[in-house]
Structure formats: C-alpha cells, structure tokens
Design a protein around this ligand. Structure first.
Ligand code: KIV
Length: 263
C-alpha cells in the first residue's frame, strides 16, 4: 500500500472528506486498525494512563514513546504515525531536536507537541530540520497542574480568541497538523476554517477535518470515559466492526454528536 502523507491529509481537508484517526501503542492493534481503514495513528503519551496505569501523562519518557512507536511501526508500514513528545522533552528548541530525532528514528512521520505561540520557534526549527510538527491546543493534558484539572478550554471569548491566535501563529511557524482537545464546537469550527492545515478534534465537535480517539475509550476499556468518548464495541460486539463503525460515523459526521460535544 502507498504510504499516507501530509499531502493526502491536506487533500482530504480540501475535499471536505472527514477522516478518523486513533491512538495505537502496539503492533497487533496497529495492524488491526490499518486493516479496517485507519491510515493515521498517534502514539500518544496517553499510554502513561492507558498502558502504564499512571493518573496523568507526566511520567512518560521519550524512551517509552520510542519503544511504542517502534512497536506500532512494526505492525504497519503505510500508516502515517504521529509520536507524542512527552512532558519536558521540548522545553527548549535545542532539547526538542535530540528527542524528536529519537522518535523519528523509531518510525514516526511527525511529532506532536502541546502548547501555544511560545512554541513557534520550536515548530520552525524542527520543521527546518526535517521534522514535521503537529500542534495540540485546548485541553493539553501535560499542563494538567497548571490548568487545575481536565477541563473544557476556550469557553470565554478571550480564551477562545487566544487559542485561535495561537493556532494561526503556529501554522505560520510551520505546524502542519493540529489536534484540538475539549473545546466548544463553535470554537473548533472557527479554528478549522481559519487554518489551511487539517485540524483533528477530540471532544471538539463534528466540524473539524478529522477526529481522534484514545483506543481504550473507543473500545469501552476506560473505566470512567470522558463525555466525548463513545464505546463502539458495545454496539458491534467485535473489535473489527467497532473500528469500522467508528470510521463510518466520523466520515458521515454522525460521531461526535451533540451528546459527545461541548457548547
Ligand atoms: O496522548 C494522546 O493520546 C493524545 C490524544 C488525546 C489526542 O494526545
């Protein structure tokens, strides 16, 4: 199969064809997801909670993400893989070079970093050094101690405008994909329309270009799943059909519905 590229994702945005993505942490699930039609996977630092059992993503290391990226890459050759840069691995642009290199060598096509316009230099410098960057705005779990919990972001007009400005500044700096987490649907629409690059939502309504779910949420494994999550396995009874249903419902705009979104 032809490898998926950022140009393919841009084309999907242009054609207004919504796409489904998911987190993956190992070769077996990655292969299963790819066989059902998932072409983009995130080796998320959510693995700190889903795989390692911590109560936040903060303990995750570059070595952890590298190990899981290598495992996922072993299972899928054509899929586009985004590897999360963990907490404090990109505190300075210089630090981000070495850590991004580890993840790209493990098989990632792109790295993801959480935060606003303070990251513009890092985005620019990584891109110049051949590392494509995915941004992450809204609820940024690595900042849970600053945010005071896992809360919906961008609810006031000031914070919504700040998020929109951050997104535009990061795109100008070279960001090529954006994950928008836990923001009102209307703000996600504004950001998606303002940017040329594809925007992938999670808890951000159904007006973004793509969706992402943590695989444990999509398969009903998470004990107390967030409001925006949907257990597709409950509806289908087997994992392959659950993933196909997820893809169908994202592509048709059925998921996320209003019950999975924030006003
Ligand atoms: O780590 C992760 O799985 C993520 C998703 C929630 C987008 O960043």
């Amino acid at each position: 199969m032809k490898p998926i590229t950022l140009a393919d994702l841009r084309q999907l945005k242009k054609e207004k064809h919504k796409f489904a993505t998911i987190t993956a942490y190992d070769a077996s699930f990655a292969q299963l997801f790819a066989e059902q039609g998932i072409n983009v996977m995130l080796i998320g630092d959510s693995l700190g909670m889903t795989v390692q059992g911590f109560d936040s993503t903060l303990p995750v290391t570059v070595e952890d993400i590298s190990y899981h990226t290598r495992s996922v890459r072993t299972g899928v050759s054509h899929a586009f893989l985004i590897a999360d840069m963990p907490f404090m691995s990109y505190a300075t642009p210089e630090q981000s070079f070495d850590n991004a290199a580890v993840l790209m060598r493990a098989g990632a096509n792109m790295v993801k970093i959480e935060g606003g316009d303070w990251l513009c230099d890092t985005v620019k410098m990584l891109t110049e050094r051949a590392v494509p960057v995915c941004g992450h705005l809204g609820l940024t779990p690595q900042s849970v101690n600053v945010l005071g919990g896992y809360k919906v972001q961008g609810r006031s007009e000031d914070s919504a405008q700040k998020l929109l400005n951050d997104a535009i500044a990061l795109e100008k700096a070279g960001m090529q994909l954006l994950v928008l987490e836990c923001v009102p649907t209307e703000l996600a629409r504004r950001v998606t329309e303002a940017l040329e690059i594809p925007v992938i939502g999670i808890g951000a309504g159904n007006l973004t270009d793509g969706q992402i779910l943590v695989m444990h949420d999509a398969l009903g494994i998470t004990a107390r799943a967030p409001k925006f999550a949907k257990d597709f396995l409950k509806e289908t009874g087997n994992i392959r059909d659950a993933i196909r249903l997820y893809i169908e419902q994202v592509e048709s705009g059925i998921y996320p519905s209003e019950e999975h979104s924030f006003k």
